[in-house]
Write a protein that binds this ligand. Structure first.
Ligand SMILES: Cc1ncc(COP(=O)(O)O)c(C=O)c1O
Length: 333
C-alpha cells in the first residue's frame, strides 16, 4: 500500500494488482489512480469491481458478457483490458478470438477496451526466441485490430525481465513486479542493469542460551550440540514466512557476522548458533534478509538455500511482520 502510494507520488499514472481484494485495499488507502486487476475474475466479484472503480482483465467471452450485463450507475462504457494468450498457457483469449470479441455486443456500448495485454512465459531466458514469437503473435493481434479500425490506448506485455531484455515488448505500458523490490527474475549475468534490493527483514535476539554438548535444539532434535554452544533464540518462524525448509540450512547476520540456523525452524521461533560471536546479547538485531556491516543476505540467497526463486521468498513474508518504510535516499532517485 505504501509502495503504491509512493509510486503514485513519483508520477506512476496507473497500478496493477493480482486480486480484487488488493485493489479494494488500495482504494481504501485513498489511491484514486486507475487500478488494473490482473488475476482471476469471477462473476460474484463484478459488483465490487465496479463499486471500487477497478479495471478488470477480461480473458473470455463469458466474463465479457457477464461484466457488461452487471448494473452500473452511469451510462458511459466501462473500461476493461483484454488478455491474449500468446504462449504463456495461462489466462487469455487465443489470438484469433480477440477481434471477434471486440466486435461483439458487450463492446458496442457497455464496455470499452482500454487495454490489450499478454504475458510472457520466458522473458528471462538466455534464448530470446520464444519471447520473440510471443511478441510477434501479439503484434499480429494489434495489426488485426488496427486494420479493423479499433483503437486500444494501452498495450502491454513486459514484466521485469522483458523491461530489461526485450525493448520490443515495451509497447505503451510496462508491468514491473519483482524489479520494484530490486531483484532480477533470475541472475541475468554480464551487463544486466544493476538492481538494488530494497527490502530488509530483521528481528531481535530474545534470549541467548547455553547448550551443553549432547543437548539438542528444537523439535525432532535435529541439532545436537557437539561443543558447549551459545544459541540465540529469534522470535520469527515459518508463520512469518521464514521457511521451515531453512532448518539447519539458513543463516542470519548478528553483530556483523553470520550465524547458522540450528534445529528446526518453528512456527514462531528460530534458533541460531552464536557460539563464535561471543558479543551477542538479547536485544541485538538479527538480519534475515538485508545488510549488516559488510555482510549481506539477499532473498536470492534464501531462494538458493530453499531451491526456489526470490519471488516466493519475498511474497511469503507474512502479514504479522511489521512493515516500516524508509524514504528513498536522495542519490537513488
Ligand atoms: C500479468 C503479470 N504481469 C506482470 C507481472 C510482473 O512480473 P515480474 O515480477 O517478473 O516483473 C506478473 C507477475 O506475476 C504478472 O502475472
Amino acid at each position: 500500500m505504501v509502495i503504491s502510494q509512493t509510486l503514485v507520488q513519483l508520477g506512476i499514472p496507473r497500478l496493477g494488482v493480482a486480486t480484487l481484494q488488493e485493489g479494494i485495499a488500495l482504494r481504501e488507502a485513498g489511491i484514486s489512480a486507475p487500478i488494473l486487476v490482473m488475476g482471476a475474475l469471477f462473476a460474484n466479484q463484478f459488483p465490487d469491481m465496479i463499486a471500487h472503480r477497478l479495471t478488470p482483465v477480461v480473458y473470455d467471452r463469458e466474463a465479457a458478457a457477464g461484466f457488461a450485463a452487471c448494473p452500473r450507475s452511469g451510462p458511459e462504457p466501462y473500461p476493461v483490458h483484454v488478455k491474449v494468450d500468446t504462449g504463456m498457457g495461462r489466462l487469455g483469449l487465443s489470438p484469433d478470438e480477440v477481434l471477434s470479441l471486440l466486435q461483439s455486443p458487450p463492446f458496442r456500448g457497455p464496455l470499452r477496451v482500454e487495454g490489450l495485454m499478454t504475458h510472457l512465459a520466458d522473458a528471462d531466458s538466455q534464448d530470446p526466441s520464444y519471447t520473440q514469437t510471443q511478441i510477434a503473435r501479439f503484434g499480429s493481434v494489434i495489426s488485426q485490430l488496427k486494420a479493423a479500425g479499433l483503437q486500444v490506448p494501452l498495450v502491454h506485455a513486459a514484466n521485469s525481465a522483458a523491461i530489461l531484455c526485450h525493448p520490443s515488448a515495451h509497447f505503451t505500458v510496462v508491468r514491473p513486479g519483482i524489479m520494484l523490490y530490486g531483484y532480477h527474475t533470475t541472475p541475468l549475468g554480464g551487463d544486466a542493469l544493476e538492481l538494488k534490493p530494497v527490502l530488509t527483514l530483521t528481528t531481535n535476539v530474545v534470549q541467548v542460551r547455553r547448550v551443553a554438548p549432547g543437548e539438542s535444539v528444537s523439535y525432532g532434535r535435529t541439532f545436537v550440540a557437539s561443543r558447549l554452544s551459545r544459541i540465540a533464540v529469534l522470535p520469527i518462524g515459518y508463520a512469518d514466512g521464514y521457511s521451515r525448509a531453512l532448518s539447519n540450512r539458513g543463516a542470519v547476520l548478528i553483530a556483523g557476522r553470520r550465524a547458522p540456523v540450528v534445529g528446526r525452524v518453528c512456527m514462531d521461533m528460530t534458533m541460531v548458533d552464536v557460539t563464535d560471536i561471543p558479543t551477542v546479547r538479547p536485544g541485538h538485531e538479527a538480519v534475515l534478509i538485508g545488510r549488516q556491516g559488510d555482510m549481506q543476505i539477499t532473498a536470492a540467497d534464501l531462494a538458493a538455500w530453499l531451491g526456489t526463486i526470490p519471488y516466493e521468498v519475498l511474497c511469503s513474508i507474512g502479514p504479522r511482520v511489521i512493515r516500516r518504510y524508509s524514504p528513498i535516499p536522495a542519490q537513488a532517485t
